[in-house]
Design a protein around this ligand. Structure first.
Ligand SMILES: C[S@@+](CC[C@H](N)C(=O)[O-])C[C@H]1O[C@@H](n2cnc3c(N)ncnc32)[C@H](O)[C@@H]1O
Length: 262
């Protein structure tokens, strides 16, 4: 299998400019709509209000600020990228949420949190960059009995190939991609009960147009700033993912899992 691209390379300065244009500060497919859809499921399955919620890979913190308001919660934002935290901290201060969203610089495979110390956990489209087994075990460890883990991720679907994985390792910094059944099995192995595993590929595909009206002007400006090779590399990544999704071999899913009540 090909070399794994470093995550920090994917989210370098040109990578962030590109991601921000097409996703916005909710740095995942579907943007704020997807955050709201996951929050609706989490509320339905019993995410408690006024809790302490761990966010696994919080990036720019837009989902964390949304959750703080949606659930009246404090959010522990774990991410390994200090530039993400700096941006998240500044926005939280501007929005009056300092002291409600806390930035913790750490890798999610070893959370610097005590056992059973959070009432809920959250993640959007970031486990794709991680070794999922240790992260799921860590989330189970830090959740209180009865606590929910609500998350979404990129998923493998029927027909996903070794070649697809190689492409995603080199272009997207994905070490692996789980299918829904594999996620369910791994969540159960980590001690969770799985309450919801929902394929969102079609819903996300239908939600938005692929481009933005002035793409023809934006791309040359991007290439002038960062170089043609960067522009070509970002386009290649976008087209590669889009192609695999269009052929049905990968997509997106949402999960609600619960640590059994005591
Ligand atoms: C797609 S962004 C996450 C988007 C964010 N969840 C959101 O919805 O706005 C991926 C983030 O994962 C972080 N990340 C990737 N692997 C990580 C790891 N092993 N430990 C901590 N953070 C990680 C990156 O630094 C980056 O900020």
């Amino acid at each position: 299998v090909s070399d794994l691209r470093p995550v920090s390379d994917f989210y370098d300065d040109p990578g962030m400019e590109w991601s921000l244009r097409y996703a916005g500060p909710h740095l995942h497919p579907g943007s704020e709509d997807a955050t709201a859809a996951l929050a609706e499921r989490a509320a339905h399955y019993g995410m408690v209000p006024y809790g302490i919620v761990l966010e696994v890979a919080s990036a720019l913190g837009a989902p964390a600020r949304y959750l703080a308001r949606r659930f009246g919660a404090a959010i522990v934002c774990v991410d390994m990228d200090p530039r993400m935290h700096a941006a998240a901290r500044a926005t939280a201060a501007r929005e009056g949420l300092t002291g409600v969203v806390w930035q913790v610089l750490a890798r999610t495979e070893r959370l610097p949190l005590k056992d059973a110390s959070v009432s809920g956990a959250w993640s959007q489209d970031a486990l794709c960059h991680m070794e999922k087994e240790p992260v799921l075990a860590e989330v189970a460890r830090v959740l209180q009995p009865g606590g929910l883990f609500a998350f979404s991720d990129f998923i493998a679907r029927h027909g996903f190939t070794t070649g697809d994985l190689q492409t995603l390792r080199t272009l997207w910094a994905f070490p692996s991609l789980f299918s829904i059944p594999r996620y369910v099995a791994q969540l159960e192995a980590a001690g969770f009960e799985v309450l919801l595993a929902e394929d969102r590929t079609q819903a996300l595909g239908e939600q938005r147009p692929l481009g933005i009206r002035d793409d023809d002007n934006w791309w040359p400006r991007f290439a002038a700033r960062w170089g043609e090779a960067q522009a070509a590399a970002r386009r290649e990544a976008a087209l590669a993912w889009r192609g695999i999704v269009a052929e049905g071999r990968a997509g997106y899913a949402m999960f609600i899992a619960r640590v059994p009540p005591a």
